[in-house]
Design a protein around this ligand. Sequence first.
Ligand SMILES: NC(=O)c1ccc[n+]([C@@H]2O[C@H](COP(=O)([O-])OP(=O)(O)OC[C@H]3O[C@@H](n4cnc5c(N)ncnc54)[C@H](OP(=O)(O)O)[C@@H]3O)[C@@H](O)[C@H]2O)c1
Length: 284
Amino acid sequence: MNENSVVIITGANSGMGKATTIEVAKTGANVVMLCRNQSRGKEAFNEVKKITKNNKVKFMLCDLGSRQSIHDFVTEFKKRYDRLDVLINNAGVILPGRHETVDGYELQFGVNHLGHFLLTNLLLDLLISSQPSRVVNVSSGAHKSGKIYFDDVNLTKNYRIFRAYAQSKLANIMFTYELASRLKDTNVTVNCLHPGAVATSIGINRDTGFGKFITGILKPFFNTPEKGAETAIYLAMSDEIEGVSGKYFIRKKQVQSSENSYDQEAAKKLWKLSEEMTGLSVNK
Ligand SMILES: NC(=O)c1ccc[n+]([C@@H]2O[C@H](COP(=O)([O-])OP(=O)(O)OC[C@H]3O[C@@H](n4cnc5c(N)ncnc54)[C@H](OP(=O)(O)O)[C@@H]3O)[C@@H](O)[C@H]2O)c1
């Protein structure tokens, strides 16, 4: 990473996304904070600029639950930048009750997986032309109880909050392995991680504040966002993992993910389904 590097961080206004943004911005790199909400994004952007004194930090709006918004973001990004060195897919959502994205998909699968799937694919040309470059996907240990419900991926029947979250986080890992395999002849690396249990705003409904109480109780037992962000920062910037791709990390160490996350046939099936759901297959 150097002062010419260009880095996108999704969900950069809160929790680990903000902590990661601050560390990356301290290097002097061009950092684009992808945020979905104008006022939350602007507030975090001002804070990051104040702390890091990096005037090359920018803030751009994008809702990862909307195909149109992702396309608009990528179009605007490509007008402003001609390279992309690191893409950190950090944004994530977990919310009680079944919700849907703007495009009508189950919220957690839609944002956590499909949003990042589309974003990454639309930025692949830039990642390849800027190589060596990196994609970092923030998953979760929750993937271990996950399964991809191919017959009802939107969980219209038997919705459970944790089932939806675990499915989306397993999808993050399968996407990582499949993308790494597709890019094996390039110098674009793709890795994923579990950040640990971290006291952030995850699980808190941004509109109603519901969930604050539970998060508040758990806070003393959880890591800080700064600590939680360490592995993502490591995967984004460290020379130690140059050339390493298609791996899962916890506490900056390569570890095994769940057995079903290595199912290559399922990963290909998920890729095809994701292409269809995001409209990517239309242009093929
Ligand atoms: N905290 C943990 O214990 C833990 C454990 C394992 C994995 N993780 C993973 O770590 C990552 C970071 O989460 P966090 O714990 O730092 O949570 P957080 O504080 O809630 O941050 C999540 C970020 O994602 C953004 N986001 C949510 N929906 C979005 C959308 N539709 N479009 C664009 N951005 C969206 C949020 O924006 P708003 O603020 O505007 O809503 C926020 O910036 C997530 O992928 C999460 O699954 C967390």
